[in-house]
Structure formats: structure tokens, C-alpha cells
Design a protein around this ligand. Structure first.
Ligand code: SF4
Length: 284
């Protein structure tokens, strides 16, 4: 029976970013109506991680808004990781904190982080259309540094932001060249405050992306349908799993609501899938 891996996200520092990514409600430039806060309380993070584990999450991602890590932020994420590992134990901890150097990544690894998420977002060619405050090459370098310090790499992108099919192929090729352990595929979720007003992706295109990603990444990797799943695949989740996806995000996303974990678990059971209980893939 095919296993589906569940991952949950905690936005531990939200909505205070100075960058200009045109898809992101956490940029202060676009005044999106989201909750904004700095440094969520560590006890609250541990309690939320415990709940995610009870809901079946194997992976738990600690996300901070902002271009990248600084000394204060790296220490905070390390503290959160230590506390979760101490209180809860065997959750696979993922940090998602933007641009990071090798020293910072090694520090996170020493303090309990298992994996680092840094998405390439879109193709190298299209990137300047969605962000002008930092370069695609910087994102790619952080991904390479993640691997060089021995952290597992989680890297994917967002589809439906106005890019062409060539851009989509180019993004998938770039992701595959990094050979990440897991790849989140996000499908753009429009927000009226953001400069990108509409989503240029339909269900059949999203399925083709999943199929292609699976072929490029190989059978033994995690391929996750993350943000935008509810907009494209509601009640059609079997299509995305048949196309090659084997992981989903449960609970809420960074600034948008997801399905209730209990609904997703019922959906998986009704489709005949087993919920994975260990972080290694068995059958795709
Ligand atoms: S750097 Fe990250 S948090 Fe900041 S605007 Fe871009 S995607 Fe959003």
C-alpha cells in the first residue's frame, strides 16, 4: 500500500519581511491582511509541534519570515529545535529561514535541525519578474550549502505566478540538479494585496508538473503537494497521488488556512493510503 508522508508548518516569526517577493503576503510592502508577530513563544511552538505529531506529522517545519538568518534568529531557531527534540523526540525538524551561510546551517544542525527548506521559487530566467531584492543565484547557493554541511535539503517552488511552461521545466530541472531529499510543489494562491493578481495554472498542468517532478527526482524522494492544494485538488487528491506525489502538508500554511488534519487523514484513509510512520520512502 502506498504511504503518504505528512508534514506540518509553524510560522514562528511572521509577516515582517522587507523583501519584495511578489507572491508573498509576509512582505511588509504589500500590506496584506495577515497576522504579524516576532519570535513566537518557545513553549507555544513545542505545544504546537506536539499536536502536529499527534495528528501524524513526521516532519515539522520552523519558518521565519525575512531574507535570511542573523545571529539572533539563528539562536532562536536553535532554541526552538532543542526544545522540541527534548520534549517530543523523533520529529524530523526542518528549518526554513531564508538565505543562510554554512556556519549558520552547521549551527542549526548541531542543535537538532535535520533538514533545511529553501525553495528556488521559479526559473532562473523568470525570477526577476517576481523578486528584485535578491537573486535566484543566492537561493541556489544556499541550497548547495545546505547539502555541503550534511543537512537534508528540502527545495521546490511555486507554480502559477505567470511563468511559461519553459520556466516550469527549467525550475524542475534546477531542483532536480540539487537532488533534494524532499520537494514541495506549491501552486500560487492569489491574494488581492499582492502584485500577482491571478494564478495561471489549471489542474491538468499541475498534474503534469507532478509527473515530471517525480520522473526527474527519482522514486526514493519525497514529493509534496504543499500550498494551493485545496484550490486545485479538493476532492481530486487521488489524481495528485497517482501522478507521483507522496507527501502533503497538514494543517495551516504560513498565512493561509489548510484543511483540518482530521479531514485529510479521513481523505487518505478513504483513498486507501497508509500514513507513513517513518521518514524513509518505501513504495511510490
Ligand atoms: S524573502 Fe521570504 S518572507 Fe520575505 S517576501 Fe520573500 S518569500 Fe516572503
Amino acid at each position: 500500500m502506498k504511504e503518504i508522508f505528512l508534514c506540518a508548518i509553524n510560522n514562528i516569526l511572521s509577516g515582517t519581511c522587507q523583501e519584495d517577493c511578489k507572491f508573498c503576503t509576509q512582505s511588509v510592502r504589500y500590506h496584506a491582511n495577515i497576522e504579524r508577530y516576532t519570535y513566537k513563544d518557545i513553549t507555544q511552538i513545542v505545544n504546537e509541534a506536539r499536536l502536529a505529531k499527534e495528528n501524524g506529522a513526521l516532519g515539522y517545519c520552523l519558518v521565519t519570515a525575512g531574507k535570511g538568518l542573523d545571529d539572533k534568529k539563528v539562536e532562536y531557531v536553535a532554541r526552538a529545535a532543542r526544545a522540541i527534540k527534548q520534549e517530543i523526540g523523533d520529529l524530523n525538524l526542518i528549518a526554513c529561514n531564508g538565505t543562510a551561510n554554512k556556519e549558520q546551517l552547521s549551527y542549526l544542525k548541531e542543535h537538532g535541525i535535520d533538514s533545511y527548506n529553501h525553495n528556488l521559487e521559479t526559473s532562473e530566467r523568470y525570477y526577476a519578474n517576481i523578486c528584485q531584492t535578491h537573486a535566484w543565484s543566492e537561493r541556489y547557493e544556499t541550497c548547495e550549502d545546505v547539502k555541503s554541511v550534511g543537512l537534508a535539503l528540502c527545495s521546490g517552488g511555486i507554480f502559477g505566478m505567470g511563468e511559461t511552461s519553459e520556466d516550469r521545466n527549467s525550475l524542475l530541472q534546477s531542483i532536480a540538479a540539487l537532488s533534494p531529499e524532499s520537494t514541495p510543489l506549491n501552486f500560487y494562491h492569489p491574494n488581492p494585496a499582492l502584485p500577482i493578481k491571478t494564478r495561471n495554472i489549471e489542474l491538468d498542468e499541475a498534474l503534469a508538473i507532478i509527473t515530471k517532478a517525480r520522473a526527474l527526482l527519482g522514486k526514493d524522494k519525497l514529493l509534496m503537494v504543499a500550498g494551493g492544494r485545496e484550490l486545485l485538488f479538493n476532492n481530486k487528491e487521488n489524481l495528485m497521488f497517482n501522478a507521483g506525489a507522496n507527501a502533503i502538508v497538514i494543517g495551516d500554511y504560513l498565512t493561509t488556512n489548510g484543511m483540518k488534519p482530521s479531514s485529510d487523514i479521513s481523505m487518505l484513509k478513504s483513498l486507501g493510503y497508509k500514513i507513513a510512520t517513518q521518514c524513509n520512502t518505501t513504495e511510490i
